[in-house]
Design a protein around this ligand. Structure first.
Ligand code: NAP
Length: 279
């Protein structure tokens, strides 16, 4: 049996095990996906140990994505973004680090038949998700503006991306009125603050494609209000799904069974939401 895993802290409520195990079942791969919570100090030992134990591949999540860069040989995208979320073990070589969050954002748009190339995009948020999203959109050919409560963080992301990117604070009305894509990568609107939205409805318009990285709830206030003005909406589960899809493809060399993974992920999210709603 093959073993895949997730290194993070905490990982108790991770959605990755059911999503990946649904893929193994659909592809008749004899494998399990298990979660590990090493301390930050033990991350290198954990990665080396996983390789020594012949673990087939690991994902890395908060708070280890940046540190994992130092313990792997990152590909160009992971190096540029400054974060690794997927590790492939290769015989006799340093583990290879990837950032499938970036590919996940691009594939989420592609799934909805949205062409990013040539678009004007506004990314609200400049944390881990905002950084990956802004790099993805710029890499796919969009002009990207990063808006963040802490403006310096947005400026750092824009500077790291280079000439296509600009940065500023949360006053985005004029930028959004001219934009084709709006991507929320703040935690605003996430449970327990699901009555909040990062962008007032009056800024939204029917020409936008709005992706909200928040996935608890699946239909955030931002997405609901965007749909009301006629915008195209993409929920955060698509982004989560496709980072897993790309990791599966790296590890197995096979096309991922996207539908099976999506069904398992959404069933898990529905169960999680039901649990949250009862609290
Ligand atoms: P993070 O690194 O902690 O960044 C949080 C971001 O939210 C920062 O830009 C922060 O601004 C902003 N923020 C927080 N509270 C705010 C407020 N009250 N008003 C305005 N801005 C606020 O977190 P992250 O990992 O990027 O995650 C952000 C969200 O994306 C979370 O909801 C997470 O669940 C989701 N996410 C989804 C996926 C997916 O695959 N769908 C993947 C990763 C993350 P400051 O810089 O000013 O603090």
């Amino acid at each position: 049996m093959d073993v895949y895993g997730l290194l993070g802290n905490p990982v108790e409520h991770s959605l990755s095990p059911p999503m990946h195990e649904a893929a193994y079942d659909a592809r008749e791969i004899d494998a399990r996906y298990v979660t590990f919570e090493p301390t930050e100090d033990a991350l290198k030992t954990a990665i080396d140990g996983a390789a020594a134990l012949d673990i087939s591949g690991v994902n890395v999540t908060i708070p280890f994505k940046q540190t994992a860069l130092e313990h792997t040989n990152p590909d160009d995208i992971a190096r540029e973004v400054g974060a690794v979320n997927t590790i492939e073990f290769l015989d006799g070589e340093m583990p290879r680090g990837y950032n499938t969050d970036v590919a996940g954002v691009k594939r989420a748009f592609h799934h909805h038949n949205i062409t990013i190339d040539g678009c004007d995009a506004v990314v609200v948020g400049a944390g881990g998700a905002g950084r990956a999203a802004a790099f993805a959109l710029a890499d796919a050919g969009a002009d990207v503006h990063i808006a963040n409560r802490t403006v310096e963080r947005a400026e750092t992301v824009a500077a790291d991306i280079g000439k296509r990117a600009t940065a500023g604070g949360l006053e985005t009305r004029d930028l959004i009125s001219d934009a084709d894509i709006l991507l929320n990568a703040t935690s605003v609107g996430m449970e327990p603050d699901s009555n909040k939205t990062p962008v007032p409805q009056s800024y939204l318009h029917g020409g936008l494609v709005v992706l909200d990285a928040v996935y608890t709830p699946i239909e955030t206030r931002l997405l609901r209000e965007a749909a009301e003005v006629g915008a195209t909406t993409i929920d955060g589960a698509w982004m989560l799904l496709y980072q897993g899809v790309v990791a599966f493809e790296i590890w197995t060399g096979q096309d991922a069974p996207i539908q099976s993974m999506n069904t398992a992920l959404r069933a898990e999210l529905a169960e999680m939401w039901q649990h949250i709603s009862m609290l």
